[in-house]
Design a protein around this ligand. Sequence first.
Ligand code: ATP
Length: 209
Amino acid sequence: MSHSTTPQIGLYGGAFDPPHAGHHALAACAVAQLQLDTLYVLPTGDAWHKTQALSPANHRLAMASLNFEDLPAVIVDDMEIKREGPSYTIDSLRAIATRHAGATFFVLLGADQAARFETWKDWQWIAQMACLAVAPRVLGSQEEASPHEWHNHSNIRYTLLDMPLENVSATDIRSGLAQGLPPGQTLKPSVFQYIQHHHLYMDRHDRSL
Ligand code: ATP
């Protein structure tokens, strides 16, 4: 529980296709560092910024529940899956802010997404309502992103999550699974069992990787 009298509420959206050790590390770090009372994990419905087809939402939701089940502050919520049209963080933030009037809000994201934050729908509103909590992540350029450019943007509040770089991505995991490689430490055993049981990601011709 938070030591603050104001509830601290986090939102963490993603495709979670599949949810992996990097997602878990980010969530665990944020709950501890930001003293979150509740962290909403929000598997996306139709992700406006992803080009590849996602696995069915019911599977991503079930895997997210398994991935975060040891973190009592986490609620895996299907609001983005149920919502019509593309999933936008601003809509989820507004819905959660209505549930938790007067709370302090944090939007959790990796540095790769943070670098693109100004392309998010209504990002100025998000920045006004919430503080961003940014995890280190290697960008495509292999440079570690830092949001230092945001110093120009006094209207974006952000905090850096103090966690080691977790060099894992869902893309690499999907491609490894399609080649029959064991996921090692990148997936929780329960998530890997779920994937095997439902034959997800196994056929490389099944869907775009
Ligand atoms: P993909 O490889 O399919 O693009 P992903 O591994 O980036 O997927 P997402 O579900 O798209 O996973 O990520 C959701 C959020 O978690 C994003 O904000 C992303 O930056 C962050 N994230 C994902 N993996 C990591 C990681 N290893 N370290 C830090 N943040 C991460």
